[in-house]
Design a protein around this ligand. Structure first.
Ligand code: GLN
Length: 566
């Protein structure tokens, strides 16, 4: 049994270190994964068992609304295939044709993700599995192909549990604005939050952040060990931070965007949500790489197979950008920021203040560039090619207009409108071109700081801990995004890697996280510093009640789990 105090760590299956955890407790999914899955027997968990437990956990926590589709049948099939590989002593990385006699001995899996349950944000295309972007527009859309990053996981033998909930077309920062309704943060039901005086579980549940809130909730509630999100302005790091996860936004181009339904093409990256820096490094190692189907992919840098356990930060120079002391930053987050900076300094790193003067323009600049790209991207949803088609067909124009009206929510429609306005001939220079120039200045700020010798920047990820849903919806999507993206967005402008690491629980019992930003293609260095911090910060594991259905009843919502047709 895993005691609640033990941390949920490591999806590494044997290449790296990590705390042990023999098998899973009978009800919940094993918290610590460093030994899972292993060949059946020896009290350890098999891929099928692991998959079954994740599926059970997904059902038990259905009230979180993390999943849009659960691919149960397919997952069990994939798990049993992984199991067969384990039992027969071969894995996908050892092709039976070329390495038949060199295949590893029985019970020695080679692919680090073989048999590992994962989930995917529902804006990545998955062949023959409905891909909705949480929009009416794509209801009933079953793509004919699978996104490269998803395919890479499948090729490694990872087991797809399902597709996760999001803000419609990834536009938002709360996972509250999708057609399937809001995602609930699993920490809302943790002992750490609930057992504080005055918390009413019915009304006081908190948001996951967004827009990859379903993916974050899936990993935080132990329904998956790894989830893919997308990140154009913070959508992976924001929910990762609020759900107490390690969430990586890789260098732009390091991971293929092929099959990721675009929001802002020039900034979008697939994001990785996991429970430790080691897990992020493992996933990154599998997912990186050039893709002939995405011309913006870059040759991946040489990377270690896994992060060392004894990381030396003595020669690391850490920058603290003074402009990130933003209005609205909570006192507790500020305190964590100082604490972690001190910790790094005591560990031998040099910590210094730096300036990124153009960062303050990032949000307004993003607004122009995001909406402009949205206006262009959304033009494909005309009612003819994909998903929803209106009944109104008096003319082609009427069909287009009615389809957009019926298919998109207000947030998407407003962005299309704003984007088309900025792109009008008379406005193009004034808005779009100007924003591109400001973007360059923001990127140059980062470049200068790194050129001056700083290795990583340490900043908050969000202004504070997760907000109650009832408070969050007092503001509209645009206002919320402007507030929530202040620390995450500038990184997307510059295409740099950034990772968020949970540092402590707030006085409300909710995660507070900080962000590390690195040089382009220095993702592994960043994860190394993240691991160093993780080893010292001892962020506690989420304590979910044994009887999660009790939490469900108290939440007053029925679990909604749709099963894919597969
Ligand atoms: N909150 C931002 C937006 O709504 C970022 C979204 C994202 O990263 N996908 O555009």
């Amino acid at each position: 049994m895993v005691s609640p105090g033990q941390r949920q760590r490591h999806l590494d299956l044997g290449t790296g270190g990590g705390r042990g955890c023999e098998g899973a407790s009978s009800g919940a999914v094993c918290l610590c994964l460093c030994r899972c899955p292993r060949p059946c027997g020896g009290g350890r968990v098999s891929p099928t068992e692991l998959c079954t437990r994740c599926l059970e956990q997904v059902k038990r926590t259905g009230f979180l609304n993390a999943f849009v589709t659960v691919t149960e049948e397919q997952a069990l099939r994939q798990a049993s295939e992984a199991e067969r590989r384990f039992l027969e002593g071969r894995s996908l990385t050892a092709s039976p044709l070329t390495h038949r006699d060199r295949s590893p001995p029985p019970g020695k899996p080679r692919g680090p993700l073989d048999g590992i349950p994962f989930s995917v944000k529902d804006n990545f295309c998955t062949e023959n599995i409905e891909t909705t972007c949480a929009s009416h527009m794509l209801k009933g859309y079953f793509p004919p192909y699978t996104a490269t990053v998803v395919q890479k996981l499948l090729d490694q033998g990872a087991v797809l549990i399902g597709k996760t909930n999001l803000d419609e077309f990834a536009m938002g920062a709360g996972s509250t604005d999708g057609v399937f309704g809001p995602v609930r943060n699993p920490w809302s039901y943790s002992a750490q939050y609930r057992e504080r005086p005055g918390v009413d579980p019915r009304s006081d549940w908190v948001i996951t952040g967004g827009s990859s809130g379903g993916s974050a909730a899936a990993v935080a509630s132990l329904g998956s060990f790894l989830a893919l999100g997308s990140d154009s302005g913070g959508s992976t790091r924001n929910p990762g931070a609020l759900c107490g996860l390690v969430a990586l936004k890789p260098t732009y181009g390091l991971l293929s965007r092929h099959g990721l339904i675009p929001l802002v093409n020039s900034m979008d990256v697939p994001g990785i949500l996991v429970r430790s820096a080691d897990d992020a490094a493992t996933a990154l190692g599998v997912l990186r790489g050039l893709d002939v189907r995405d011309s913006t992919t870059i040759p991946p840098p040489a990377a270690p197979p896994h992060l060392p356990d004894d990381i030396d930060i003595a020669r690391i120079r850490v920058g603290i950008p003074k402009e990130y002391h933003a209005p609205g930053l909570s006192a507790e987050t500020l305190c964590q920021w100082g604490r972690v900076a001190d910790l790094l300094e005591r560990g031998g790193a040099s910590v210094e203040q730096v300036s990124l003067p153009h960062t303050q323009h990032s949000i307004v600049c993003y607004h122009v560039l995001c909406t402009a790209e949205v206006a262009s991207n959304m033009a494909r949803f005309d009612g003819l090619q994909y998903g929803h088609r209106s009944e109104v067909n008096d003319s082609t124009e009427a069909l287009y207009a009615a389809t957009c009206h019926e298919g998109f929510n207000d947030v998407v429609r407003r962005r299309i409108l704003a984007g088309n306005y900025f792109l009008l001939k008379r406005n193009y220079e004034r808005y779009f071109m100007k924003a591109q120039k400001v973007r360059r200045l923001i990127a140059q700020d980062f470049a200068r700081v790194f050129r001056d010798g700083v290795d990583v920047l340490l900043t908050p990820t969000t202004l504070g801990d997760a907000v109650r849903y009832c408070d969050f919806i007092q503001e509209d999507n645009r206002t919320r995004s402007a507030q929530e993206d202040v620390f995450t967005q500038p990184v997307n402008m510059a295409g740099l890697p950034a990772v968020t690491v949970p540092t402590a629980l707030s006085s409300r019992g909710l995660p507070i996280s900080l962000q590390l930003i690195g040089r382009a293609s220095h993702d592994w260095q960043l994860l190394g510093v993240a691991k160093w911090l993780e080893q010292r910060l001892e962020f506690p594991a989420i304590q979910l009640p044994q009887d999660v259905s009790q939490a469900e009843r108290e939440a007053g919502v029925p679990g909604r789990v749709r099963t894919s047709v597969l």
